[in-house]
Design a protein around this ligand. Structure first.
Ligand SMILES: [Zn+2]
Length: 407
């Protein structure tokens, strides 16, 4: 491995890795030692001066993937990134040593993983810009397809103003502890199928998750949709729960899309009306709810909304009537998004199950007890996780293209 690394260093032309200018005042035999997958390695490199950048450069470091690194080979950098995005850092350090023999202290692993995550964010920005610029290109597709976009959000607990809680409270401010992670998923309807065992699967699917707010999600999700064929889609369908931001984002970035409220959220609101009407009487509640659920699923939302309004008209004023008033308004607002019968006939999903599953999986990693990160750290790790899920890991770590598993 050392010989291979040395050969690569020797073959690197003496040009500036930043501006490609030929380097001057070259001198050789500058040693550098770094940790590889198989132990410590030392290579001799050539150093030169770039007149344009006015900086000393070591082009071999760039060629070997050592630039800015804490002295670990790209393979070890990748291990740190992958392990830290999959498990708590204290476990990651122990697992790394157990599986590979590579020793990397917790703090170093954490720092290295974040550095990789920030690098991933830069690559993501570049990819997203490229996707946005290529949108005009139309490819010929054999079959017209529908594109499904789903969005959701969940909370991370965070230590904002760590150690300052008491001081903040004295000033009358409650320290903020929960932060939203905005998540989206994109897939083509014809990529949805079933395994041999009958389990539903989506063969190709794009994922987005960000801590940087709704606007960041909007741009990242749009770019992901473009990469997954938004420009060629015959139709687009956005599915989400009742959250206002979802529909605003859809109106804004996917104005051509149809919108559908997650069926199970609609059911929850229907159940809330039932509880307000019948309280503890489970039998009456069920007898009332079941036909409405069937109607909502198989017939039309208009019928259901009409019955809710009629029930409300017969109620006496009070807390229960207030609840029902609120729910009737909810159904009226989302009526056009409850085309479940048409959706089922077209073989489209009526629920946002896939994005909720994505949220759950990511939550498992981010909601372990005792884990508190910063917003910056979260975003770096989320970004790594999305490169992995989107099968773009090799864009961050090109050497993994040569893994046997990929061939
Ligand atoms: Zn230069």
């Amino acid at each position: 491995m050392e010989r291979g690394a040395q050969a690569k260093a020797d073959a690197t032309p003496p040009t500036c890795p930043v501006c490609q200018q030929k380097l001057t005042r070259l001198s050789g035999e500058h040693p550098r030692t770094f940790q590889s997958r198989y132990g410590s390695i030392t290579v001799q490199r050539t150093r030169g001066y770039c007149k344009r950048c006015r900086k000393w450069r070591v082009p071999a470091d760039t060629a070997l993937g050592l630039e800015e690194s804490a002295g670990y080979s790209p393979a070890v950098q990748e291990m740190a990134a992958l392990l830290a995005s999959k498990m708590p850092v204290e476990d990651a350090s122990a697992v790394l040593e157990h599986l590979t023999g590579v020793k990397m202290p917790r703090a170093t692993l954490d720092r290295e993983a974040r550095r990789q995550g920030e690098r991933a964010q830069a690559v993501r920005t570049e990819l997203d810009q490229k996707a946005a610029n290529q949108r005009a290109q139309l490819e010929l597709t054999l079959e017209p397809y529908q594109m499904i976009i789903q969005m959701d959000a969940w909370n991370i607990r965070e230590r904002d103003g760590w150690g300052q809680s008491a001081a903040l409270r004295r000033q009358g401010q409650e320290p903020e502890r929960w932060h939203w992670v905005y998540t989206g998923t994109v897939f083509r309807l014809d990529h949805r199928g079933k395994t041999a065992g009958g389990r539903p699967v989506i063969s190709e699917r794009g994922f987005v998750a960000t801590r940087q707010g709704i606007e960041a999600l909007r741009e990242q999700l749009h770019a992901e949709a473009l990469r997954r064929g938004l420009g060629q889609a015959a139709g687009v369908l956005v599915i989400g729960d009742g959250a206002v931001w979802i529909w605003r984002l859809a109106d804004d970035r996917f104005p051509q899309a149809r919108q559908r409220l997650d069926f199970y959220h609609a059911l929850q609101h229907l159940a809330a009306v039932g509880r307000a009407l019948f309280g503890e009487d489970k039998e009456k509640y069920r007898a009332w709810l079941q036909p409405l659920v069937r109607q909502l699923k198989n017939q039309s939302a208009i019928k259901v909304v009409r019955q809710l309004a009629a029930a409300l008209a017969e109620m006496a004023a009070g807390a229960a009537a207030q609840t029902v008033t609120k729910e009737v308004a909810y159904f009226q607002e989302h009526q056009a998004r409850m085309d479940y019968r048409a959706g089922r006939r077209a073989g489209e999903p009526i629920g946002s199950g896939p994005v909720e599953a994505t949220c759950r999986q990511t939550q498992c990693r981010f909601k372990r007890p005792g884990q508190f990160w910063s917003k910056r750290g979260d975003e770096a790790l989320l970004c790594l996780e999305m490169f992995w899920r989107n099968n773009r890991w090799h864009l961050l770590f090109p050497h993994t293209l040569f893994h046997a598993a990929r061939n």
